[in-house]
Design a protein around this ligand. Structure first.
Ligand code: IPD
Ligand code: CA
Ligand code: CA
Length: 282
């Protein structure tokens, strides 16, 4: 099926509408966060009732509107053994969902979390929305149409274009958002060494706890660079497209161009991206 501009717009509007409604669900659960049932998923972190309710809502809306599309969604994936990354990549259309990115923040009452919804066309993102319901920031992009931000709290009708074509700042002027992940053993040591090499001499470091928002903040020029390992497609499918459409260089730690199914991610505009990559590799 040909993805026309009109179809992209329809998909984009739909993804934005359901992100907004899922955000309303999260806000409702945030008010009773002390009563939430928490599910400990071992190395996969935690999930709460809010994650499940947001996911149930998003999946039911997609199934109703696009019954023939495939869905790869974090909590559902952990239970649904029929779904695989390969299936997601092979499908003509596959929605990739993180119903709540930043669950640790959410359950601790830190207002930095997001709904992340992307649509892949044969494995490649064509639509992405990342919505933080507490700040009202809604980042979105569709393939070839640029990346944008609407701030629902301030003015839902004003749309800002995100474009960071280059970043030639000195390290001493940069704010980075690196995230050494909870990997065990050697990989953790290696991540700490990458962390140390890159933050030495930079102006400041911020770790937000939502990979999707951290990537969007690079696309919005708030952060100069972000890198993290061991992420999942639902963390990066929407925000990755938003970065690419904002002309941010997005690769893995070997310099290979981004796909949502990679394991490591480095986002920054060039020439800064290549400087950071050089330190990661050495
Ligand atoms: C997590 C967040 C966090 C990242 C973790 C992710 P979740 O997602 O994006 O920033 O460091 O690797 O798992 O579990 O809150 O959806
Ligand atoms: Ca996540
Ligand atoms: Ca999640």
């Amino acid at each position: 099926m040909k993805v026309t501009k009109e179809f992209l717009k329809e998909l984009q509007d739909f993804a934005q509408d359901i992100s907004y409604e899922a955000g309303e669900i999260l806000l409702k659960y945030q008010k009773k966060r002390h009563e939430l049932i928490i599910n400990h998923k071992g190395t996969e972190g935690i999930a709460s009732e809010a994650d499940d309710k947001s996911e149930e809502y998003i999946i039911s809306e997609i199934k109703e509107k696009f019954p023939e599309h495939t869905i790869l969604s974090e909590e559902d994936f952990n239970q649904n053994k029929d779904m695989t990354y390969q299936k997601a990549q092979d499908s003509e259309f596959c929605w990739v969902i993180d119903p709540l990115d930043g669950t640790n923040n959410f359950v601790n009452g830190i207002p930095i979390y997001a709904v992340s919804i992307a649509l892949l066309n044969k494995g490649k993102p064509i639509v992405g929305v990342v919505y933080n319901p507490t700040s009202g920031e809604c980042f979105f992009a569709s393939k070839g149409q640029g990346a944008h931000l609407v701030d629902f709290r301030i003015n839902p009708l004003k749309r800002y274009t995100l474009l960071v074509e280059e970043n030639d700042k000195d390290m001493k002027d940069c704010i980075f958002s690196p995230a050494p992940n909870y990997a065990t053993d050697k990989s953790f040591e290696q991540q700490l060494s990458v962390f140390k090499k890159n933050i030495l001499g930079c102006r400041a470091v911020r770790r937000l706890g939502s990979a999707a928002l951290e990537l969007c903040y690079v696309a919005n020029g708030n952060f100069d660079g972000y890198w993290e390992k061991n992420l999942k497609p639902w963390d990066v499918a929407a925000a990755g497209l938003i970065c690419i459409e904002a002309k941010i260089e997005l690769t893995d730690f070997d310099g290979k161009r981004y796909t949502p199914f990679d394991n490591s991610f480095l986002a920054a505009a060039n020439p800064l991206h290549d400087k950071i990559l050089g330190k990661i590799k050495n």
